[in-house]
Design a protein around this ligand. Structure first.
Ligand code: UDP
Length: 478
């Protein structure tokens, strides 16, 4: 009714790894004169409000997460707060109860499109009720989506005799080898008795082929074979508009506080990094959801110390949260303080700020897709240590296809670390990425990838153009 601007609803999963790229996406759309409304639960409203205060075209609407009605303690409203697998299922099922309030908002505000997270398969029906297209946001690589499809369809891991015997994932543009232990437990399960939770996950996988299309936080030049594979071979409509964090013109201001307040003073981190030579520091962080046991943390401490490199290490609480400070190897903290080799961040670090500093030479990462893209966008080579979700698949893209990462050698898919990788393995991987001819070649490739990432979002770049064509199509649909 006379409304000129396209209006899009963005509805991310309640996890930093999903909310942050959606925030960037809303900003990318608003830079092209599109009105955005971000839908989230009340706990997360202030975080979004703070981040959009300079954006007139973006607003936030809060809805209520039904924690108690989902059998969860009051206040649990984010994947990061979920500690046990049982709570995990309750949490994901709880999100299905958000549908009523989402539909009320669709009714009230009548947007032209709904971009909803992959974990909300029911959002397609909600959008259909209001006759608007529903786009899916996965928040991962097109490579991981392609490998995941092949794994589920072909089940090549059924033919191996152990969790450590390698198999080749069939039908892909590259020869990708994996082991059964690295395959997601959800994909490994067979003939399971259907539960509400397993049905939800089945619907998640099915919804890719019955939605309007997918909007991916990735860029064509990073994974051209898989963009072709996913769109042409699997026949899905996809727009690649990333790295979204580079489309967010406010990102500089937000770099220091992305999603959460850092538990370390940004000036202190920068000062510490300023005192180090170029490409000399190893940054270690495993994202916001995975959990390391103390035994594993001890080995990481040993590995970092024996690598001889300077490091910044972000530590989230371990499973055994009591006396969490006491697990460091004897004298470790005193030594790294005295010789200035390491900086420990207990909690949340200003990751983008750190990755963009010229002293940072490598990133030990769990291969969460946001961390991966942030590293790529900063030209920082990676030491890959995947834990769960689709992280083992992202690892293969980095180590086997793009060759901008070296694997530590993780073999077991699990949110809470179940294997204890020896410190020596970490030290070896650090050496490969930091010193010698192999390191020089990896760094050169990482730098090229950074340049392509930045070019993709510039005017005329592949992601810039894809976003344009999506906006044109949605405007025409309206
Ligand atoms: N992050 C951060 N500081 C931290 C840990 C994480 O800023 O100490 C940010 C990181 O930059 C990334 C996001 O949180 O944008 C984590 O997303 P990712 O997909 O890498 O992993 P997840 O947390 O979803 O496993």
């Amino acid at each position: 009714m006379g409304r000129q601007q396209l209006h899009i609803f963005f509805f991310p999963m309640l996890a930093h790894g999903h909310m942050l790229p959606i925030l960037d996406m809303a900003k990318a759309f608003s830079s092209r004169a599109v009105t955005s409304t971000i839908i989230t639960t009340h706990l997360h409203v202030p975080m979004f409000q703070k981040a959009i205060q300079n954006s007139v075209d973006i607003s936030v609407r809060g809805i209520t997460f039904p924690a108690a009605a989902s059998g969860l303690p009051e206040g649990i409203e984010s994947v990061e707060m979920v500690k046990s697998e049982e709570m995990f299922a309750k949490f994901f099922l709880g999100t299905t109860k958000l549908r009523g309030e989402l539909e009320n908002l669709l009714e009230e505000l009548r947007p032209d499109c709904l971009v909803a997270d992959m974990f909300f398969p029911w959002a397609s029906d909600a959008a259909a009720k209001f006759d608007i297209p529903r786009l899916i946001f996965h928040g991962t690589s097109t490579f991981a989506m392609s490998v995941g499809e092949s794994l589920r369809r072909n089940r090549p891991f059924d033919g191996v005799s152990s969790d450590s015997e390698p198999f080749i994932v069939p039908e892909l543009p590259h020869e990708i080898k994996m082991t059964r232990g690295q395959v997601s437990l959800f994909d490994r399960k067979k003939h399971e008795v259907e539960t509400e939770f397993s049905k939800l996950f089945k619907d998640v996988k099915a919804s890719d082929s019955n939605c309007y299309g997918l909007i991916n936080n990735s860029f064509y030049e990073m994974e051209p074979d898989y963009v072709e594979y996913y769109t042409k071979k699997l026949g899905r409509r996809t727009w690649h508009v990333g790295p979204l964090m580079l489309c967010n013109n406010d990102a500089d201001g937000e770099k220091a506080e992305r999603g959460k307040k850092s538990t370390i003073d940004e000036d202190d981190v920068i000062q510490w990094l300023d005192s180090k030579p170029q490409n000399s520091v190893v940054y270690v962080c495993f994202g916001s959801v995975s959990i390391m046991t103390r035994a594993q943390l001890q080995e990481i401490a040993r590995g970092l110390e024996s690598s001889g490199q300077d490091f910044i290490w972000v530590i989230r609480k371990c499973v055994d949260e009591e006396d969490s400070e006491k697990w460091f190897p004897k004298g470790f903290e005193d030594r790294i303080k005295a010789n200035g080799k390491g900086l420990i961040v207990n909690g949340w670090a200003p990751q983008i700020l750190i990755l963009n500093h010229e002293s940072v030479g490598a990133f030990v990462t769990h291969c969460g897709w946001n961390s991966t893209l942030e590293s790529v966008s900063s030209g920082v080579p990676m030491i890959t240590w995947p834990m769960f979700a689709e992280q083992f698949l992202n690892e293969k893209l980095l180590t086997d296809v793009l060759k901008i990462g070296v694997a530590v050698g993780a073999t077991q898919w699990s949110r809470v670390s179940v294997e204890v990788l020896k410190g020596e393995k970490l030290a070896e991987a650090v050496a490969r990425v930091m010193v010698g001819d192999e390191a020089v070649a990896i760094r050169a490739r990482a730098k090229e990838m950074k340049d392509s990432a930045r070019a993709a979002v510039e005017e005329g770049g592949s992601s810039f153009n894809d976003l344009d064509s999506l906006i044109r199509e949605l405007s025409a649909y309206r």
